[in-house]
Design a protein around this ligand. Structure first.
Ligand code: CA
Length: 232
């Protein structure tokens, strides 16, 4: 049987070497990159059974890289484990659709890391993350592959950001999403912190397109002092 291929993207040389050694000893074929862009090049040129991404990376951060991998149909299903240094980063991974399947907080033991790698290697494709072709809520239908939105089967034209925003909402029905969480997941880690009113402005535009009566919204409610909630 061919060895399973793992890609490690980590800029801490010692950690990278350690992880690579351990994984090789476990029988995996290990590839590595020391920055996000080099990682992306490898992702595009090869196929991997698992990708391990550090969040803080030079040139292209791990969360952006994670999203790029998820948005490419050739790599959308590859399991991803994120490595994170701080608690605040954990929020960004688990809070919403970063697309990662699991994460490990530094400093971690190699035993724990290997256990998580094994779990991801065992998971059947069907069961993985948030890979769906469409999201449906009432008369709204999101075609995730074609990036189109239909209301009562009539297409609603959304901008890229409005589409991403609606996707985040429809994947988190009834959850209160803070502006921070929305900013991080729709605009990306790179642009954070950006002016939070940006979120309000885009919500207003989105409401004009999907609400029956935008001045008294039923789908996207404002949760005062906190953020927004998609009601379904
Ligand atoms: Ca790092």
């Amino acid at each position: 049987m061919a060895k399973k291929k793992i890609l490690l993207v980590e800029d801490e040389e010692k950690l990278l070497a350690n992880l690579a050694d351990k994984l090789q000893a476990e029988g995996y074929d290990v590839f590595s990159a020391a920055d996000g862009e080099a990682g992306w090049e490898l992702v595009q040129g090869d196929s991997f059974d698992l990708i391990v991404l550090d969040i803080m990376l030079p040139r292209l951060d791990g969360l952006s890289l994670c999203r790029m991998i998820r948005n490419d149909s050739r790599t959308a299903d590859v399991p991803i484990i994120m490595l994170t240094a701080r608690g605040t980063e954990v929020d960004k991974i688990v809070g919403l659709e970063s697309g990662a399947d699991d994460y490990v907080v530094k400093p971690f033991g190699l035993g724990e890391f290997l256990a998580r790698v094994r779990v991801q290697m065992r998971r059947p494709l069907m069961d993985r993350g948030l890979q769906q072709d469409e999201l449906i809520s009432g008369d709204l239908r999101l075609d995730l592959t074609g990036r189109r939105v239909f209301k009562d089967e009539e297409e609603v034209k959304l901008t890229n950001k409005e589409f991403d925003l609606l996707t985040v909402f429809m994947r988190n029905v009834k959850a209160v999403l803070s502006r921070d969480l929305i900013l991080t997941n729709v605009w990306g880690y790179d642009y954070y912190p950006m002016d939070k009113r940006t979120v309000d402005v885009h919500i207003r535009w989105l409401r004009e397109k999907i609400e029956e009566n935008p001045s008294s919204p039923k789908r996207i409610s404002t949760v005062r002092g906190v953020g927004y909630r998609f009601e379904g």
